[in-house]
Design a protein around this ligand. Structure first.
Ligand code: HEM
Length: 459
């Protein structure tokens, strides 16, 4: 495992036909100095960008929905159709959509491979988009035939995504924990949606419903822990050094982080199915160990950085580890008692917002401008007229957005715990304001009119 960014891991030069983009101003990329987030093997701009735009749009709609549903959230009404629909607006309509686009792009640079099938990745977007819109709408009104039809569409589309990614990564010569994390993340995503499909089918086939609780927890653990967390942990080892310009840090701890994360997932799953609380708690303890170990790794990367000033999104990406630890601590504490579903729902929401969402937002501030810059200015622009990335977005403007979001999140956790409805409502408004602010900042980078034209053409 390399401990420096830009190591090609013995990979042969890219075989793609498109010209390599011009070096990114002031950047050192995963594919080598100046390679940025793009290389000759990266997919065409429209492939990742459509997913990312869907993700940003979904995030905006989630913010509005969160305000409307805040009183229901405050009253602790878990598994209500409107709440389940809102959760999937966040997870499927926003986070997963954005992350799929990012994975298509980042994997080609991190692993120096082309996508195994760009056309499938391109057309699968429409299957996913139609499936997600139908599934979220069916959840909102709890329409069982819609849940089954659109749930199956989303599941199929995610199986296709997983197949494209696993077949692509198979060809990499890069070795080590980053590859393990990303491969396993995709295996867990396939398993998570299989559990989801069984949940959906259980509404029509009651016999499956006898293990509904176990299936629900399997779905949640595999989707949030197995997929999102593995993916973030793996890519953070590449992205954080890249954006802080860090070199020469130790990678000794990384295999341990991976081992702890695996034990955590399997411990939690065994605990859920065996109903032995001690096993679940053991899984939670290993989950905390995973985040602690990753935190130490981040400290090592941070210490070896060349960029003196660390940007707000990177500070947030590192601090979000605290959100993960707090959520798992909550899970462990709940395992000791006999809390109702509302307590569990609060912990899951905190994990989703305080760890996964916060990290995805942080990296989005860096990834989206890089991609737009590469598309618009890396070729064919007159010398001297090329803007810098910092002209497109001043990432320090992310700081107030994160502050409002984190204040809202903490208020949400405290008010939710005390079942204080007005507190939950104010907290939801704060989180929503931060999210809309974030979407507005990214929409300005994307420059919607230009983007519209770019997404219309076949590249
Ligand atoms: C990686 C993406 C996903 C994540 C992170 C996720 C997360 C969750 C969470 C946290 C819950 C608990 C309910 C809540 O908190 O509101 C849940 C429930 C559920 N999910 Fe997902 N989910 C994902 C994908 C899917 C997919 C693709 C389907 C459909 C095929 C699905 C179907 C369901 C169903 C049916 C429930 C149970 C709802 C109930 O009976 O009340 N999920 N999911």
């Amino acid at each position: 495992m390399s401990n420096t960014v830009g190591d090609r891991g013995g990979q042969k030069p890219g075989s793609g036909s498109r010209p390599a983009p011009r070096p990114m101003p002031g950047s050192v990329g995963m594919g080598g100095p100046g390679g940025g987030l793009s290389n000759s093997q990266s997919p065409p701009f429209t492939v990742p960008m459509r997913y990312m735009v869907l993700g940003i749009l979904g995030f905006f709609l989630f913010a509005i929905d969160m305000v409307f549903e805040s009183s229901r959230l405050g009253q602790g009404m878990p598994l209500q159709p409107a709440v389940v629909s809102m959760t999937h607006m966040l997870t499927l309509g926003s986070l997963l959509a954005f992350v799929m686009g990012a994975v298509y792009q980042l994997s080609t640079v991190a692993f120096l491979i082309p996508l195994s099938n760009v056309s499938v990745a391109r057309y699968n977007f429409w299957l996913y988009a139609v499936g997600v819109i139908g599934l979220i709408s069916s959840m909102a009104v709890w329409w069982t035939p819609g849940l089954i039809v659109f749930g199956s569409l989303v599941t199929l589309s995610l199986y296709i995504f997983v197949a494209v990614m696993l077949m692509s990564i198979r060809k990499t010569t890069v070795k080590g924990p980053v590859v393990w994390f990303i491969q396993w993340a995709h295996v867990y995503l396939a398993a998570a949606v299989t559990a989801a499909l069984l949940l959906v089918v259980s509404f029509a086939v009651p016999v499956i419903g006898t293990v509904f609780q176990e299936l629900l927890w399997t779905h949640i653990i595999l989707a949030t822990g197995g997929f999102f967390t593995f993916l973030i942990l793996g890519f953070s080892y590449k992205l954080l050094p890249m954006f802080t310009l860090s070199h020469g840090f130790s990678t000794k701890r990384q295999p341990w982080t991976f081992a702890f994360a695996q034990i955590a997932i399997w411990g939690l799953l065994f605990g859920i199915w065996s109903h032995v609380a001690a096993v679940t708690i053991g899984g939670g303890v290993f989950g905390i160990a995973t985040f602690m170990n990753q935190g130490l790794d981040f400290r090592g990367i941070y210490k070896k950085r060349l960029r003196r000033r660390t940007e707000a999104p990177m500070i947030t990406a590192m601090s979000a580890i605290g959100g993960g630890v707090l959520a798992i601590l909550g899970l462990v504490v709940l395992s000791f008692g006999r809390q109702g579903l509302a307590g569990w729902q609060a912990v899951v929401t905190f994990y989703l917002l305080g760890w996964i969402t916060l990290t995805v937002m942080s990296y989005a501030y860096k990834i989206v401008p890089f991609l737009v810059w590469t598309k618009r200015y890396s070729v064919g622009v007159e010398k001297g007229k090329t803007p810098l990335i910092k002209d497109m977005i001043d990432v320090e403007r992310a700081r107030p957005v994160f502050i409002v979001f984190v204040v809202g999140l903490l208020l949400l956790a405290v008010s939710g715990g005390l079942a204080f409805v007005p507190g939950v409502m104010i907290a939801s408004v704060l989180c929503a304001v931060a999210i809309v602010w974030f979407c507005w900042q990214l929409a300005r980078v994307l420059s919607i009119r230009t983007l519209g034209k770019e997404l219309m053409v076949r590249d």
